[in-house]
Design a protein around this ligand. Structure first.
Ligand SMILES: NC(=O)c1ccc[n+]([C@@H]2O[C@H](COP(=O)([O-])OP(=O)(O)OC[C@H]3O[C@@H](n4cnc5c(N)ncnc54)[C@H](OP(=O)(O)O)[C@@H]3O)[C@@H](O)[C@H]2O)c1
Length: 266
């Protein structure tokens, strides 16, 4: 058995036009999988597809869908099946967002939107892709959690994010328990803050607020980690390929932390 080979496998990456989702989609395709990326905006998906093609000379399919909408997820599953040859083996949930607000000022509508995007959508995709995986007697679900599912931040702002990522961790464990008998593994990845292309403008603002240039800011951010640097999308891709590959077939209900060692000391 080739432990890290995904030849003959098909994967759907929800949030696949995002910083981590796009990198993971590219990594899965480079490992041999047929890949479909999905998110709400078709234009971002087209751009991500072109970038993946240019970077890795691999083609990916795409389909727009709002993963918080059950009907759209059912259609996504059907579209993915028809584009990927009838069978899907791997689902990656890499969608979601963080909106920081002080706990005592938190806008509750925003909190509800975070619950919807960061956790309810993971349940909806797992439910429908899980049914398909059960029919095949095989499937791998990989949920993007965060170190913030395990450790809170010292400063304010992350009540919504920490709550939803903690929920992703427990959803992962419960799904692992329920779906294991059907040959389906369910694991999560808990990255530390990662320098994705879409974080650049946020980092620029924070650096300006702190009165330093972006490079200095990024260096300072990484210094709290035992490995003394901030993570890159590539640091997350290897974990995703591992969880998608036969190498992890006997692992389920785990949360893996490509986090520079933060959770070791957190
Ligand atoms: N980057 C980090 O530092 C970091 C650290 C730890 C954990 N994570 C987690 O990793 C995952 C990916 O993060 P990222 O940095 O790649 O975020 P990102 O760059 O903002 O990408 C998020 C993706 O999710 C899609 N999305 C959002 N809501 C959606 C919905 N309702 N239905 C379908 N797609 C939706 C977005 O596209 P549309 O807006 O077009 O739908 C986008 O493609 C998230 O769960 C995040 O919490 C990230």
């Amino acid at each position: 058995m080739k432990l890290f080979d995904l030849t003959g496998k098909s994967a759907v990456v929800v949030g696949g036009a995002g910083g981590l989702g796009q990198a993971i989609a590219q990594g899965l395709a480079e490992a041999g999988a047929k890949v479909l990326i999905s998110s709400r905006k078709e234009e971002s998906l087209r751009k991500a597809r072109e970038e993946i093609k240019a970077a890795a000379n691999v083609d990916v399919y795409y389909a727009a869908a709002d993963a918080t909408d059950e009907k759209q997820v059912i259609s996504l599953l059907e579209e993915a099946k028809s584009k990927l040859g009838g069978r899907i083996d791997i689902l990656v949930n890499a969608q979601g967002f963080n909106k920081k607000q002080d706990a005592l000022e938190f806008d509750i509508e925003t909190f509800r939107q975070m619950l919807d995007a960061n956790i309810t959508s993971f349940m909806i995709t797992a439910k429908h892709f899980g049914r398909h995986f059960k029919e095949n007697g095989y499937g791998k679900i990989i949920n993007l959690s965060s170190v913030r599912g395990k450790i809170a931040t010292k400063g304010p702002g992350n009540a919504g994010y920490c709550a939803t990522k903690g929920a992703v961790d427990m959803l992962t464990k419960q799904l692992a328990s329920e779906l294991g008998p059907f040959g389906i593994t369910v694991n999560a990845i808990g990255p530390n803050i990662t320098a994705t292309p879409m974080m650049v403008s946020i980092f620029e603002k924070r650096a300006a607020d702190a009165g330093v240039d972006v490079e200095t800011y990024l260096k300072q951010q990484g210094e709290g980690n035992p490995l003394r640097r901030m993570g890159t999308p590539e640091d997350i891709v290897g974990t995703a390929v591992f969880l998608a590959a036969p190498a992890s077939d006997f692992m389920t209900g785990n949360i893996l932390y490509p986090d520079g060692g933060l959770t070791a000391i957190g």
